[in-house]
Design a protein around this ligand. Structure first.
Ligand code: GTP
Ligand code: MG
Length: 393
């Protein structure tokens, strides 16, 4: 497919009222006075060299140094974003951007803005989100060992296990996005996890995501990244957006192991060359109850994601259309009744012994477990239905 880099329109239209901008370079900035002039100059130069009509926006995050002033002097349009955070700075910058394409990059000289034409070429070719990949070209001293070999590969790998985006360097700060694709991405997060959010939301919205290798240079000035706090924010975001992995899979594992343990003890089957007794039954009961509890939470989280966040998981959608509130009530009710019948059997046996010493521990544990999971299913079904009421609006 042929690719063209748009040429710069006559100066009058490029500087006038602005929908003529092809590219808005948006640069988030928090106390970067050592770098900001060089960064803005390089971005401006890169646009001019490639004859791309564009603007350079610095989204200043209430810097306490002279960053904003220096950026203006260097020729950038400065947008003041009072709420701190990498994502918050970008959301403010995106709102102000007028270009058809937005190219993003840090204000710390780690990225080379002369890459802009390469990003533009991919967008011209139909891409919606174009990611840089730093991992093959990290200059000495540019990235700490912990980030290079642990943090970034682990978090990007985990992101792909959960969301299968195919992006190898999900935290790369140099990327480009088609501005018209932003509504579909519905970005919201204020912190560093914004980097993950873009990739995940683009992937969920089935946008065209591409990636190519870029260089990563050592930073000027002080890093704003906090390894553990920001790493945790990314991880938290990934888990919170994947109820299947956070709740359903662990819940199903617990339920299966718990139920197997209970059946083994109650039927007296010998496993691993021995019989299992009361303590295994208690452990099995715990696994069963917690498993059902966690699965219920997962289903509610899926429903919330679907009705309130627009995150439709095809599997959950199919299940929702197949099962109704009444199915859940029937299953929950049945389990509860079975548990109550088992409890009644114990009472009858007790009465037949004139309420003397009782030794029905196994049946009692089974009965209590049934009643607990039955009630859990019954009331969770109502909660799911309440969350789903939104679909009628
Ligand atoms: N962390 C952080 N960065 C901000 C904030 N507001 C703007 N930024 C800018 O966002 C960019 C990313 O921050 P960096 O400190 O470069 O983080 P990083 O690129 O992950 O880490 P380094 O490899 O050390 O550069 C920089 O241009 C910051 O100036 C904020 O509130 N927090
Ligand atoms: Mg940086």
């Amino acid at each position: 497919m042929s690719t063209t880099i748009p040429t710069r329109p006559p100066l009058s239209s490029a500087t006038g009222a602005t929908d003529d901008y092809v590219v808005s370079v948006v640069i988030p900035c928090l106390n970067e006075e050592e770098n900001i002039v060089a960064v803005v100059t390089q971005a401006r130069q890169a646009l001019d060299d490639a004859e791309i009509a564009g603007e350079v926006i610095v989204a200043d995050n209430a810097s306490e140094d002279r960053s904003a002033e220096l950026a203006t002097e260097a020729g950038a349009r400065v947008v003041h974003v009072p709420v701190r955070g990498y994502g918050s700075a970008y959301l403010g910058g995106f709102n102000a951007a007028k270009g058809r394409y937005i190219v993003m990059g840090d204000a710390d000289l780690t990225y080379d803005f002369h890459e802009i034409p390469n990003f533009v070429r991919e967008l011209d070719d139909g891409a919606d989100l174009v990611m840089g990949n730093r991992m093959n070209n990290i200059q000495p001293g540019a990235m700490p060992w912990l980030h290079r070999y642990v943090g970034n590969p682990l978090l990007s790998g985990f992101l792909n296990v959960l969301f299968r985006t195919g992006v190898r360097d999900a935290h790369c700060g140099m990327r480009a996005v088609r501005r018209s694709a932003l509504p579909a991405m519905d970005l919201r997060t204020p912190g560093m996890e914004f980097a993950s959010e873009m990739v995940i939301r683009a992937s969920k919205a089935k946008l065209d995501i591409r990636e190519f290798d870029i260089q990563y240079h050592p930073r000027g000035g002080e890093s704003k990244l906090s390894t553990w706090r920001d790493g945790w924010r990314h991880l938290r975001f990934l888990l919170a957006h994947s109820p299947t992995h956070l709740f359903l899979i662990p819940g199903l594992v617990l339920l299966t192991l718990g139920a197997l343990a209970m059946v083994t003890v109650l039927t007296g089957v010998s496993l691993f060359g021995r019989e299992w007794s009361i303590h295994s039954l208690i452990a099995g009961s715990l696994g069963t109850i917690v498993g059902i509890q966690v699965i219920s939470l997962g289903l509610c989280a899926h429903a919330y994601g679907m009705y309130f966040m627009g995150d439709v998981d095809p599997w959950f959608d199919r299940m929702r259309s197949r099962y109704r509130l009444e199915h859940g009530l029937a299953i929950g009710g049945l389990l509860t009744v079975v548990g109550i019948v088992a409890a009644a059997v114990i009472v009858i046996r007790w009465a037949s012994q004139d309420f003397g010493a009782l030794s029905e521990t196994k049946l009692a544990i089974a009965s209590v477990t049934m009643i607990v999971i039955g009630l859990q299913v019954f009331f969770s079904s109502f909660l799911l239905s309440i969350i789903g009421l939104r679909r009628d609006r």
